[in-house]
Design a protein. Structure first.
Lengths: 652, 110
């Protein structure tokens, strides 16, 4: 371990100890309970930040420079370029660069937009072209995950390099990364950094993420939890397919159990109907037996294919025997049962019995024959083949709009390993206007919160403790929006009304707070090692409305069933329309209030109604908040990237 | 990988010899599709000479199961060697597909 990483460990440990010392004192001895309505939120926000610090320290504990792979690159490889609506020239620039990758491979454009001009361009360049197969018509498309899943069945390379349409790869990208898979047969993923070329030094939109594609990923890698970030990554096909098959089996077991349960209840109701002709009732009783036996078989471990085959054959025989009795009634009922009481939730990837629909079905008083048809339809819909999905096997996770994080977590839970390779091997394009950037950040945050709510890493089977913490750390950081509001409100309230959230601004306070704060900053500086992290720090606070919106919409989606839409990030520069006022008014309002508070606070000291120390502390706090939020103004004023020409550079 | 198809008692027996991986999976899928199209939706995959199967191979089995069931038939696996059984277990696919001792026995009595 190098001296730098030893120093990082010491600083990480110190900042956790000092943090606990400070926050414990805050809770036990310095909350101003008389103003609990601001004092308690503030101490909770500080506790939130302390947990964030602890998770960061845990991440950094294992940060390291990974040695290059020992093995030579081997295996067959496909390069998959995912596109939906990006300009043809951009996709082709990426595709041509992909063709020039030195290691033998095949290049494919996965065009989810199915554009004829894209196909023509691909053919002209001799690049493979894949669109969704006919199986996908009328089925959930699952956005980018679906696009990649579709391509997985039409290609056969052992390793897959996944690229977004704007990510121009380096010719050496496969040579540098494939060796990890040969080193360790359990490695399923090698992620490389994302780096953007259309961003200058100032980077007003905070596009570069040098802290994430650097120390943070290196730390996660140390815990065998390097994240998959959707592009510039190489995946082992067999690992992905295994994921798909395990998911298929899980889904099937669940769906068959649900279907049989629902079938049983429908049959019970139909048998209870005394008005039915005796031959129909006899048939229903026979089917009841079949369903009961199937439930017992499934419970005792009989292979599911056998269980469903038996039920299906029995139902077919029943309908053959019954056909003569009352065809007309059955037909009428069949239209009534078009809406089955069991629905597949595509995003949740689970089957849900709709109790109201099931009751409605009974209230409609299906004829007993109709009940047979309904059971048949039910079993049919939930048969072995997942007819509700285009592909029975879906390797890339579809439970979230950010398929990458969910997929990597599944891989880790199955015991696969991941690698972060810290070398820029692809150059991409970042959004060039605030509106597009905000949409992109919102999507990432929403997707992350979806995964937290649907597949909580702290509970998930198969993950190691360190992996749980690494996934949780990222999710935790997206809760910062709520803390930000408190951090902005507290000094405003003090300066305007003189309400103290802490008992006093005493030596006790500074002696505990300042060392914590300073060591934390030093840790950041050492971790960053010269890279700029100020933009990242600014945006983690300044985008508080986005983070809060992500939390509330993801909650509404997962818990209340209001689905999120997948927004494809524009890769071709600026979106139409001026500044997104509707998205940034909270920050502008906050800045106005902070400024007013600053003036009023200083005024109160001058007229003698304000406390000197308190006003000084809070003024510094307000200035920090303003410095953080000012990034929004810079972002609004940003007019996109203008590459400097050589002449201009000579002028400077 | 080598695929041969013959008919036993009205069921198509698809024998897979060698390594069933991503490169062979599309050919297996095609063989199953062809048999279904030819009117024999009851299919046995004879694995007595299968040396190895990977997850893509398993994917082809599941795809085949789907197309045979849609045609009111079935896909069954027979004479499964240990190497294949291990992969079936690893992916839990043994909870879906029953192994039959031989291709001839797969559709016995049905």
């Amino acid at each position: 371990m190098t001296a730098r990483f030893v120093l990082i460990r010491i600083l990480a440990l110190l900042s956790v100890l000092l943090g606990v010392n400070y926050v414990a004192w805050r809770w036990l001895a310095s909350v101003n309970w008389e103003a609990w309505w601001i004092a308690v939120p503030l101490v909770i926000a500080e506790t939130y930040s302390l947990i964030d610090t602890i998770l960061f320290a845990v991440t950094m504990w294992r940060a390291r420079d990974r040695p290059a792979p020992r093995s030579a690159p081997t295996g067959t490889a496909d390069v998959l370029i995912a596109t939906y609506n990006e300009p043809i020239e951009m996709v082709m620039a990426t595709a041509l660069a992909a063709q020039r990758i030195r290691y033998p491979h095949e290049t494919w454009i996965l065009d989810d937009g199915a554009r004829p001009e894209m196909e023509a361009a691909a053919q002209a360049a001799g690049v493979g072209y894949i669109t969704r197969s006919a199986d996908w018509v009328g089925k959930p498309r699952h956005a980018k995950a679906g696009n990649l899943n579709n391509a997985l069945l039409q290609t056969d390379g052992e390793f897959l390099l996944i690229l977004d349409a704007d990510q121009v790869p380096d010719p050496m990208i496969l040579d540098r990364t494939l060796g990890y898979f040969a080193d360790d047969p359990e490695v399923a993923l090698v992620q490389t950094p994302q780096w953007f070329v259309n961003v200058d030094e100032a980077d007003p939109l905070g596009s570069q993420a040098p802290l994430f594609y650097g120390p943070i990923q290196q730390g996660k890698d140390g815990w065998n939890a390097a994240f998959f970030c959707g592009s510039n990554a190489v995946l082992r096909r067999d690992a992905l397919m295994q994921l798909g098959i395990v998911g298929y089996v899980r889904n099937l077991e669940q769906s068959v159990a649900t279907a049989l349960r629902a079938a049983r209840r429908m049959l019970q109701r139909a048998v209870a109907d005394r008005s039915a002709p005796p031959d129909v009732t006899a048939e229903l009783v026979r089917l009841q037996d079949v369903v009961e036996r199937a439930r017992a078989d499934a419970a005792s471990g009989t292979p599911i294919a056998d269980v469903t085959y038996n039920v299906h054959s029995a139902i077919q025989e029943s309908s053959r025997r019954l056909v003569a009795s009352d065809l007309r009634a059955a037909r009428a009922d069949l239209t009534a049962i078009a809406e089955l009481p069991v629905q597949h939730d595509a995003e949740l990837d689970a089957f849900i019995v709709d109790e109201t629909a099931l009751d409605a079905l009974a209230v409609r008083e299906l004829s007993p024959l109709g009940a047979v048809a309904a059971v048949d339809a039910l079993i049919e819909a939930l048969r072995i083949d997942r007819p509700d999905e285009a592909q029975p096997v879906q390797p890339l996770a579809t439970i979230s709009i950010t398929e990458d994080m969910a997929t990597a977590m599944q891989l880790h839970s199955l015991g696969w390993r991941s690698v972060y390779h810290h070398e820029i091997l692809a150059h991409g394009l970042a959004p060039e206007d605030l509106r597009t950037m905000l949409k992109q950040r919102l999507r990432w945050a929403q997707g992350t919160m979806q995964v937290l709510l649907r597949d909580n890493p702290l509970m998930k089977k198969g993950l190691a403790a360190g992996q749980r913490l690494m996934y949780f750390a990222t999710m935790w950081s997206y809760l910062s929006g709520f803390a930000a509001i408190v951090y902005i409100a507290a000094p405003i309230i003090y300066l305007l009304f003189g309400v103290l959230p802490v008992t006093a601004w005493t030596v006790d306070f500074f002696a505990r707070f300042l060392p914590y704060f300073l060591i934390n900053q030093v840790l950041f500086v050492v971790v960053a090692k010269g890279i700029r992290t100020w933009r990242g720090q600014q945006y983690s606070l300044a985008l508080f409305p986005i983070w809060i919106k992500a939390c509330t919409t993801a909650f509404a989606d997962v818990v209340l069933g209001k689905s999120l839409s997948f927004v494809v990030t524009r890769k071709d520069g600026r979106a139409a329309g001026g500044p997104p006022w509707r998205e940034i008014w909270p920050q502008l309002t906050a800045m106005a209030l902070l400024s007013v508070a600053l003036v009023v606070g200083i005024g109160r000291v001058i007229v003698g109604t304000g406390d000197g120390t308190g006003t000084l502390v809070n003024s510094v706090w307000v200035l920090y908040d303003l410095a953080v939020l000012s990034v929004i103004i810079q972002a609004v004023r940003y007019r996109g990237y203008t590459p400097r020409t050589l002449d201009e550079r000579a002028d400077v | 990988m080598n695929i041969t198809v013959h008919t036993v008692n009205g069921a198509a027996v698809v024998a897979v010899a060698g390594r069933l991986t991503a490169t062979g999976a599309p050919r297996l899928r095609q063989a199953v599709e062809d048999a279904v199209a030819a009117g024999t939706p009851r299919i046995v995959i004879d694995m007595s000479d299968t040396e190895f199967i990977d997850s893509s191979g398993l994917g082809a089995l599941i795809g085949g199961l789907k197309s045979t069931r849609l045609a009111d038939g079935d896909l069954r696996i027979a004479a499964v060697p240990e190497a294949v059984r291990r992969v079936l277990k690893l992916t839990n696919l043994d909870r879906v597909l029953r192994e039959y001792p031989s291709a001839e026995a797969a559709f016995d009595g049905q």
